[in-house]
Design a protein around this ligand. Structure first.
Ligand code: MN
Ligand code: MN
Length: 455
């Protein structure tokens, strides 16, 4: 069903399914505040659904459910199909990194009686949105001996929170003359973490006290920050949003909402025709680069491993498997905000509650950087969505030349496979707390499942 309000599809009884599914989602993003945490949660859910680590297989046959992880930050899951791999796979790909601030390698300093942590923001953010909020410190510190310490401060209700201060309105005459891009500068995104001086310490006593606390609580020395990866993220749980509880407000919908729905879709798949795949990647928000981004050879190498376990080591088989595959690049879209309608072409905009959004192309300045999917592929998808009564809509990211953005679609497209962006509409995208519609979350999950089963 094209471009209609999806709540109308469901009777009261089925709202229960929508609400129940979203409880699972809220739990996932509440626990999954880092890439590593998302991968850990995904492994737990996958094992419960009968998936096994690739290391546990000597060979693979139709119906087998297998997962493989990469450096704790990627996971790829497969349900082996009836048809040979070389006929292609049906792939769902989402990213599990979200905008935030990362601690610098030398973060800790003292100023005016406070201990602060210096950060470098990650991904595209409106910096002024990240001040005066309760924030958490989550991630890992790796000691020289290789020990990995998991850090989570601010996520339990009894934990303290940290945060970034802003200037009081009373003294903001100069600040308020600045443009929004400059009101809070990147270097000013420093996190306040304490104010008690260490007894009998003359210089930087507050910093010394924090170091003492880190040593006592976590066995962390100041130099251990050199090999740490600590993310500064909004504190607290994902919550129902709206008096009618129709939406979810939480941190990291982009793109954990598509990651969770894609994951749940593949966990439901039994004995598919074509091998089903779900891959969750890192680093999308900074260009999909590096060993754990979508541009990494991890995925291609994994497909080669699968072929090997199917007793096919031909180089050509790998190429055929990739080129014959079809993919939904599961990534969020911008939903129309009633307070900022003017940035959209309303005929080609996504609305919360209207189901999964297909973006034939993304990009900016004349579709630059976009994958621009084939119309033949879109026709095939329209057909199966309509046959299965999935509510879907089509959109592009705002008016022409209003801005733009990219996804991982073009990267997998480079294998000569058909790829299109398909995801869930979001309000407040890249803000500390984003909003999605619960019916879109559920309809997205159904759409992904139909894609794996029928495309
Ligand atoms: Mn995204
Ligand atoms: Mn994004």
């Amino acid at each position: 069903m094209y471009a209609k309000n999806a709540w109308e599809k469901y009777t009261d009884n089925q709202y229960k399914d929508i609400m129940a599914f979203n409880e699972g989602y809220k739990d996932f993003i509440t626990k999954g505040k880092t890439e590593r945490a998302c991968v850990s949660e995904a492994i737990l859910l996958a094992k419960k659904a009968g998936f096994k680590d690739i290391k546990d297989f000597d060979s693979l046959k139709a119906g087998d459910k297998v997962y493989i992880t990469n450096k704790e930050k990627n996971i790829a899951l497969f349900v082996m199909g009836e048809k040979p791999l070389t006929d292609g796979m049906r792939i769902l790909g989402a990213h599990i990194d979200s905008p935030r601030m990362d601690l610098k390698q030398n973060p800790l300093y003292e100023s005016e009686g406070f201990a602060l942590l210096d950060t470098h923001y990650y991904g595209g953010v409106k910096k002024y949105q990240w001040v005066t909020l309760p924030l958490s410190l989550v991630g890992v510190v790796v000691k020289k001996d290789g020990t990995v310490l998991n850090i989570s401060i601010g996520e339990n209700e009894d934990d303290p929170v940290v945060g970034i201060t802003d200037l009081l309105i009373h003294l903001s005459a100069d600040q308020l003359q600045k443009t929004a891009a400059k009101v809070i500068e990147g270097e000013a995104l420093d996190v306040n973490i304490g104010s008690i001086p260490l007894k009998d310490e003359e210089k930087n006593a507050v910093k010394a006290n924090i170091l003492q606390l880190l040593k006592d609580t976590y066995d962390i020395e100041e130099e251990d920050f050199l090999s740490a990866e600590i993310e500064v993220v909004p504190s607290g749980k994902a919550r129902d949003f709206g008096l009618d509880r129709s939406m979810v407000m939480g941190y990291g919908h982009d793109d954990r909402v598509c990651a969770y729905t894609s994951l749940m879709a593949i966990l439901d798949i039994e004995n598919p025709q074509y091998t089903s795949c779900c891959i969750l990647v890192d680093k999308e928000e900074i260009g999909s680069v590096g060993a754990t981004g979508a541009q990494s050879l991890f995925f291609e190498n994994t497909v080669a491993e699968l072929l090997h376990l199917c007793h096919d080591d031909s180089f050509l088989s790998l190429r055929h498997t990739l080129a014959n595959s079809m993919m939904l690049s599961s990534d969020v879209s911008a939903g129309v905000d009633p307070l900022f309608k003017e940035v959209n072409d309303m005929k080609n905009a996504a609305f919360l509650g209207h189901g999964i959004v297909f973006n034939k192309y993304t990009g900016s300045r004349g579709k630059s950087g976009s994958n621009d999917a084939m119309p033949e592929y879109m026709a095939r998808l329209r057909k199966i969505m309509d046959e299965e009564n999935i509510y879907f809509q089509t959109a592009e990211l705002g008016k022409v030349d209003q801005g733009g953005g990219g996804t991982i679609a073009y990267i997998l497209g480079n294998y000569n496979m058909n790829v299109i962006d398909a995801g869930i509409a979001v309000l407040n995208m890249h803000a500390p707390f984003e909003i999605v519609s619960k019916v879109d979350v559920y309809e997205g999950y159904l759409a992904y499942k139909v894609f794996l089963q029928k495309a």
